[in-house]
Ligand binder design. Sequence first.
Ligand SMILES: [Zn+2]
Length: 258
Amino acid sequence: MPGNKDVLVYMRERGRKLFLVALDLEDQVGALADVSTRMEKVRFNVVSGFVSAPGPDDVGRCSFVGVATDRALTASGLKRALEASDKVVACRVKEAHRDILVDSFNFPLTWNNGDRAVMLRVEFFSEMKQTIHKVLQSGADVVLYELGYEHGAPSWKSLLSDFSVDDAAGLQEVLHIYDAVGWGRVEVVSFDKPSKTATVRMRDNFECSVAGGRDPSSHFVRGHLAGAFSAVFGSEAKVVETKCIAVGDEYCEFAVNL
Ligand SMILES: [Zn+2]
């Protein structure tokens, strides 16, 4: 899938020599290039990983999983090669256990602003919705909407506390947070702040990608968007889903206060 954001969880490849590396790096230009060169020299081929900006301690962090193309490379050999760099503050390396390598080095999972996050498969949300529907039946959609709203409104209020959204381009940029966290790809179709109205589309909305049926299916995300627009407009917004991928439309579309 092109352009996806690959979060390091685990790797499993039979018969290949896999290593996990976690590094603390000096906050210096060229630090990452230096460790890349050292990994290349010992023929360690990185296949996934991440780089974090330096924190208050002025130490940058990065972590990689990869394959040793030289079968003679050991975890301690790779560690020695990396520790030889004066850019490396700390280094940990481990090898796969019987073809499986899990990221046990990097915890907790955070947004890049430091807020803690957890990862769940999209299917979990689908099962949660089905369970709520089974228990509450006709009240389920309202509960999901309220869940979205009660989470979305304060989150967006906090996010927008130090800057205001005045035009469609500004709105588009902040709503891309939904893209960044994997909920769906948002496109602002119209935005009129004085009249407190807007239309937005969401492609690949996670909530509706696992649903199917005759009705628009986005209740949690719709509630969350209502929370977002309540923060943008400074008064409670109502959101209606007018198109939905769950009923065969190309995208989900949301009308705000229309
Ligand atoms: Zn939908």
